[in-house]
Design a protein around this ligand. Sequence first.
Ligand SMILES: NC(=O)c1ccc[n+]([C@@H]2O[C@H](COP(=O)([O-])OP(=O)(O)OC[C@H]3O[C@@H](n4cnc5c(N)ncnc54)[C@H](O)[C@@H]3O)[C@@H](O)[C@H]2O)c1
Length: 273
Amino acid sequence: MNVAGEVAVITGGASGIGRASALAFARSGADVVLADIRTDRLARTADEVRALGRRVLALECDVSKAEDVAYLAEAAETQLGPVGILMNNAGVVLRGALEEISLEDWRWCFGINVFGVVHGIHAFLPRMVERGHGWIVNTGSMAGLVALTGEGAPYISSKFAVVGLTEALALYCRPFGIGVSLLCPGGVRTNLAETGRSIGMTPQREIAETRVAQAVQGGTEAEPEHIGELVLNAVQNERFLVLQDAFSRDLVRRHADLNEFMAWRFSTSTEQP
Ligand SMILES: NC(=O)c1ccc[n+]([C@@H]2O[C@H](COP(=O)([O-])OP(=O)(O)OC[C@H]3O[C@@H](n4cnc5c(N)ncnc54)[C@H](O)[C@@H]3O)[C@@H](O)[C@H]2O)c1
C-alpha cells in the first residue's frame, strides 16, 4: 500500500509505539489522526506531525468507550477525509497475584486491550468495506503469542484475544481488498509502565519477571522508532505478522510445540512467590 496521501488513525498515538508509528506514516506522506486519553502528550505529538508538513487531528478518546471511538471515526472522516489506515494500538498492562486481582481490574484491562480493538473495527471497518480499501494494524504483543509469566495472565490473555481476533480479521477482510497486520512487539522502551497496574507484586515476583524478560529478549529493549519503521514497512509491503527481532521469531517457533515449551518454561522457574 502506498501510504502517501492516506489518512492514518492511531489509537494510543500520543506516546511510545503509537507516536513513533504516527511519525513514520507522516514522514511517508500520510495525514494523521491521533487518539489518546493523555491530552498533554497528544498536543506534543500533534506538533511533531505538523512539523513534518502533514495535517493532523488530535482527539481525546478512550478506546474502551464505543461512543468515543464512533465519534473518532466521524470526526476523522469529516475533518481529514476517508480513513485508509487504522492502527488499534492503545493498550495497558495488568499483572500480579491472581488471587488478589479484582474483576474490575480484569474488566479495565480487557475493556482497553480487547474491546478497544473491537470498537475500532466496529467504527471503521464498515467504511473501509464500502470503499473496498483500507489497512488495519492491531497491536498485540509477544505476550499474545507466548505466555511467559504467571503474573502476566490478565495482560497475556487480553493480547492472546487480540492475536486470534486479528488472524480472523485478516481472513475476513481479504475478499474486500482490505489488509491487516498484527504487530507483536517484545520489549520496547515506552511509557507503558506508567499506566500499568501491578497488584500484589512481591520483590521476588519482580525479580523472577525480570529474569524471564532477560532470557527472552537477550536483555535488550527496542526503541519505539524501530517499531514505527516496522509498522510502516508492514503496511507498505503488505505483511501480516510483525516481530521485532530474531529472539522473538525463535521464541514463537519454540512455543509451537506446547509440551516442549512448558517443560522448558517450568524448568526455568524455580522461584517461589
Ligand atoms: N512497550 C512494550 O514493551 C510493548 C510490548 C508489547 C506490546 N506493547 C503494546 O504496544 C501498545 C502501545 O504501548 P506503548 O508501549 O507504546 O506504551 P505507551 O504507554 O507509551 O503508549 C500507549 C498509549 O496508549 C494510551 N492509552 C492508554 N489507555 C487508553 C485508552 N483507554 N484510550 C486511549 N488511549 C489509551 C496511553 O495514554 C499512551 O499514550 C500497547 O497495546 C502495548 O500493549 C508494548
